[in-house]
Ligand binder design. Sequence first.
Ligand code: AHR
Length: 498
Amino acid sequence: LKASMKLDKDFRIAEVDERIYGSFIEHLGRAVYGGIYEPGHPAADEHGFRQDVRAMINEIGVPIVRYPGGNFVSGYNWEDGVGPISGRPTKLELAWRVLEPNLFGTNEFLAWTKQVKAQAMMAVNLGTRGIDDARNLVEYCNHPGGSYWSNLRIAHGYPEAYGIKTWCLGNEMDGPWQIGAKTSDEYGRLANETAKSMKFVDPTIELVVCGSSFRSMPTYAEWEATVLEHTYDNVDYLSLHTYYGNADNDTPNYLAKSLDMTAFIQEIIAVCDYIKAKKRSKKTMMLSFDEWNVWFHTLESDKKMEPWQFAPPQLEDVYTLEDALMVGTMLITLLKHADRVKIACLAQLVNVIAPIMTQTGGPAWRQTIFYPYMHASVYGRGTVLHAFIDTPKYDTKDYTDVPYLDTVAVHQEEKDELTIFAVNKSLDSSIVVSCDLRSFEGYRVVEHIVLENKDVKAVNRMNHSNRVSPHSDGDAAIDDDMLIGTLPRLSWNVIRLR
Ligand code: AHR
């Protein structure tokens, strides 16, 4: 196959907000216990934070981490997780039907984010709780001192206010599975009043209001419109969530699902702008894609789990090469919408539908999806460019005109670097891409990284942790001011130029 593209440094979409490379740690399965936190593990420091896991998170350079849920937050009393550990209660955790001992809570999380050099994105419980607990938590975290909740933080041993900037107003409140699910009017009213009170405590914070849990929710779009009618003036971002999978083992159709994600983002922008028009508002609502990933491998097996265990393995999807390609196309889709998507969280970070896996008491390793996520975060900072792309296309069960070549380019002006991310979705053919680089005179290829494997279902496991890992033997090169490169069949590519 052959494809061509044109890039020009003046054709800008937007500056990438680094928070687009965020992730998520929920109190779920072994994300916290046995994941990031495991006192007594040989790699744990004096706080119990696993340093082998920290090192992998630092390789990615995760800029922001959402916490503590997810569905978990809708039944969480944050007060259970602060103060002396010996006094913390063990509770039934209803979202995931496990035991929560509260050994790790807000202060431990914030100490951990400092260690991994990430910002915190904190969610408040709008399922079983509301305005009061949310404003108290902002006071506990962000107020310097001299008030009841800020003094309590100081008494707990944390004299400095955390200054957490980004907060989520609940989680997936439209979902019948959610503890304390609400109608759009109920949620919109509550979210708006909670937003006001949280901002009364700290006017510098930014708030994310819940959109639909999935694009296929029955109340989709109407939910967003109603919620924004209530909250538009007091919130800063609307959330989107999506998970894709290949349950029917149809790879071309699976990899085409980035078109669904594209439509999802475009529709949500339309709804936001409709409310903006209705309100004659000067403010443009930005998007927080705060849960996105592949999730399907464990959906059935997890249903058989015995309830009320402590940190059982849950949602431990083992990712294949094709899942990594799917994650690559999702990253490309997010980048193409960098003008409106300002925050995105790969859900999640460790053990639970995650790029990093651990064995409790044992080693940590990188799943296949680690690589596109790491490459995008490391090399994808700068300005996203409009790429004019001419690619062959294919049709599938659910989609028509699916481009074989999915690609986006990011220009880092200060470093004089250009990075092209590209996925070849073809099962049987490589794509020879030629790229007209116009304004990038003198640029040369520094590296052409490729993630590929003969077996599209190849995975990394504890004892075979490098089966799917990238190499730098791609052939992209400059020939007469044209970039020419071969993208092997079913591959993720990072072409770095300087
Ligand atoms: O990320 C796993 C779960 O998926 C989250 O708890 C929930 O918000 C979503 O449905």
